[in-house]
Design a protein around this ligand. Structure first.
Ligand SMILES: *[C@@H]1O[C@H](CO)[C@@H](O)[C@H](O)[C@H]1NC(C)=O
Length: 394
């Protein structure tokens, strides 16, 4: 962890920032007072947990304060319910995961918030130290799956503001089974070739807003799983990575649908996909209904607009390649820029459940090759209005 120690030196030389947690924040629990050391080698997990427990048991609003510095942090779960519904975490420092992926990578999660109502996390840098695991995966050896850096589960009224997450072993941030989550101004950074390092994954959650994010990863920028409703994504830049994806959906038979998703004012740079809906070619109860994609700029994106209902890795377990996922009311408005492949718009829907109510309006996607860009439709129906380039095939 040489890189860790160098930074510690720089931080000891720097002036420590004094917390400004705002009036009315109630008691402040500084993790250093609970024994945390920013020496990058003492596991701060138990100090964090002690500070959490004190804050969580407080009947008044409480703040857990993490001063500047680098803290080695092992696997930790911050559990509620808490006595008050106002728990703040004010993080000026960096949390560094162990470089020993053999242990963390098998448990699957690094830092988890569970069953908390009224949680705000301000700032913080989370370094998942994933490079060792990625190298293992690239070598073809038998490696652990990896750990998601930050998970918010079974929680409501959550604010995540100004957080940075880098080099996760697996996903950077997962929002699972939550109500009302605001994710604002987060930065996510991992190399374009790092495996499965999705930026933000949302599932089983309602009322999640992601705004003002910059996400560079080796996998999906934002992925949207089963049971996501009332999701709002705005002002997000993606790339490198695989773009914003609803799915994969429909792997299981009894699966909750995805409904009412808005993705607006997004920028994709050199990504594999732009705006994607992806379902397994398997029978299922799942659906996707009411999606608005608007105001997107594509720069050199392989598949700027794509619905792919024939996902079936290794061609196993997909009888007739027929997806049961019913896709309806999906609109694309004001999407422009450049496609890195000739087919800039691709609707490859299910023969058993054709896509219905797709709307295209004011689309202009160009291809830099010798031929103009094309649109391709299979089992897809809907309407086009305004200018639509390439010409609609609906
Ligand atoms: C759709 O979701 C948005 C939040 O993203 C919400 O404001 C709106 O009320 C929802 N619409 C319906 C019909 O539930």
């Amino acid at each position: 962890m040489a890189h860790c120690f160098i930074s510690v030196l720089l931080i000891t030389l720097s002036i420590h920032l004094i917390a400004s947690v705002g009036a009315g924040a109630g008691a402040v629990y500084n993790i250093v007072d609970f024994g945390a050391k920013s020496d990058c080698q003492t596991d701060a997990a138990s100090a964090l947990l002690s500070a959490w427990n004190a804050a969580c048991h407080s009947n008044n609003p409480a703040t857990i304060y993490v001063p500047n510095g680098k803290y080695l942090v092992g696997r930790v779960t911050f559990s509620g319910p808490c006595a008050s519904n106002k728990i703040n975490m004010q993080i000026h420092g960096t949390f560094v995961a162990t470089s020993n992926y053999a242990t963390l990578g098998r448990v699957g999660e690094w830092i988890v918030f569970d069953k908390v109502a009224g949680l705000s996390v301000y700032g913080g840098t989370f370094d998942g130290f994933g490079s060792g695991l990625w190298a293992c995966k690239a070598s073809g050896r038998n490696c652990p799956n990896g750990a998601t850096s930050l998970t918010f589960r079974n929680s409501k009224d959550v604010l995540i503001s100004g957080l940075s997450s880098m080099n996760s072993e697996l996903y950077h941030i997962v929002i699972d089974n939550c109500d009302w989550v605001m994710v604002q101004g987060v930065k996510i950074n991992a190399p374009g070739n790092s495996p499965n390092t999705d930026g933000i994954h949302v599932q089983g959650s309602t009322g999640v807003t992601i705004t003002g994010a910059s996400i560079r990863t080796g996998d999906d920028c934002v992925s949207i799983g089963p049971g996501t409703t009332n999701l709002w994504i705005e002002l997000v830049s993606c790339g490198p990575g695989h773009g914003i994806s609803i799915g994969s959906l429909g792997k299981g038979y009894n699966e909750r649908g995805v409904q009412n998703v808005t993705v607006k004012t997004t920028m994709f740079t050199g990504t594999q996909n732009g705006l994607r809906i992806k379902t397994w070619g398997r029978p299922t109860d799942a659906f996707v209904r009411g999606v608005v994609f608007e105001h997107s700029v594509m720069e050199n994106v392989q598949n700027p607009i794509i619905i792919d209902q024939n996902y079936c890795p290794d061609n196993k377990g997909c009888p007739a390649q027929n997806s049961g996922v019913r896709i309806s009311q999906v609109t694309y408005t004001d999407i422009h820029g450049s496609s890195a492949s000739k087919v800039a718009v691709k609707f490859n829907c299910s023969p058993a459940n054709p896509c219905i109510g797709i709307e295209l309006q004011n689309i202009k996607l160009t291809y830099s090759g010798a031929q103009p860009a094309e649109a391709s439709c299979t089992h897809a129906g809907g309407t086009a209005s305004g200018f639509v380039i390439p010409p609609s095939c609906l």
